[in-house]
Ligand binder design. Structure first.
Ligand code: ADE
Length: 242
């Protein structure tokens, strides 16, 4: 899986992504992460990549040409036009489902905007997927791109160990993950729930499912609509599906 991140801040992106699990997968060659510096493609004498907005208004707008040439340099190397994500609060909100779907691509380009925005004409030309990471405004697309690369990478076969990827995860079946505990069983007088020490895997499984449903109902009731609950579970946990 290849990620190309078009950005004015390549160091920020690379330092954020080249540590921990994602960094290890990159070292192993399962992932290839490249930050492409948009400024390297400017034709301006002063290395400028932005200019004033037509029609007036505050802030600067990133120019089309350096972005387009940066994108073309990637497309030329791949020999095709790759799927291209533009990080923007105006896109549909990123979900686990999208992460899984995007993880099936061989290559992805991420365009990180800055200032007041990006010249619309280059967006029309190259963007296939505008995506937001949530309903708030950040100063640039770098953090959102890093969030997406992390979430997508976890879904690429070989990035997580078998143990890590076999684990139940939040959002599986639209439920949040159950609580986890490790040793000691008594920490400052707070005990691990008895059932987890029982060795009874049937009861443990039941308890975990119950905790998942209760947590989802409490913190993310919006998710429950799409969760697969049995009729009995709906009755027991008071979940309506109308
Ligand atoms: N750029 C600025 N804010 C953003 C957000 N919430 N998601 C994606 N890109 C952004």
């Amino acid at each position: 899986m290849r990620f190309y991140i078009l950005t004015l801040f390549p160091e920020m992106v690379m330092s954020g992504l080249c540590t921990s699990i994602i960094g290890k997968a990159a070292e192993k060659g399962i992932l290839d992460i490249e930050a492409v510096n948009i400024r390297d493609f400017t034709k301006d004498r002063h290395q400028k990549a932005d200019d004033y907005p037509y029609g007036g208004g505050a802030g600067m707008v990133m120019q089309a040409q350096p972005i387009y040439d940066a994108y073309q340099s990637v497309a030329a190397r791949l020999g095709r036009r790759p799927r291209t994500v533009y990080l923007t609060p105006q896109g549909p909100v990123f979900t686990q489902r999208m992460a899984k779907e995007l993880a099936r691509e061989e290559a992805l380009v991420f365009l990180c905007g800055h200032y007041e925005g990006v010249d619309e004409r280059v967006l029309e030309e190259i963007v296939t997927d505008p995506v937001s990471i949530g309903d708030y405004v950040l100063t640039g697309g770098e953090l959102p791109a890093m969030v997406m690369v992390d979430a997508i990478s976890r879904m690429v076969p070989g990035v997580l160990t078998n143990e890590e990827s076999g684990a139940f995860e939040s959002f599986e079946g639209n439920l949040l993950e159950y609580p986890q505990y490790t040793r000691p069983a008594d920490w400052n007088g707070k005990m691990v729930p008895d059932v987890l020490l029982s060795g009874d895997h049937g009861r443990i499984g039941q308890w975990r499912r119950e905790q998942s449903i209760l947590r989802t109902k409490r913190y993310r009731p919006d998710l429950l609509e799409g969760a697969e609950l049995t009729i009995k579970e709906k009755a027991v946990y008071g979940v309506n599906d109308w």
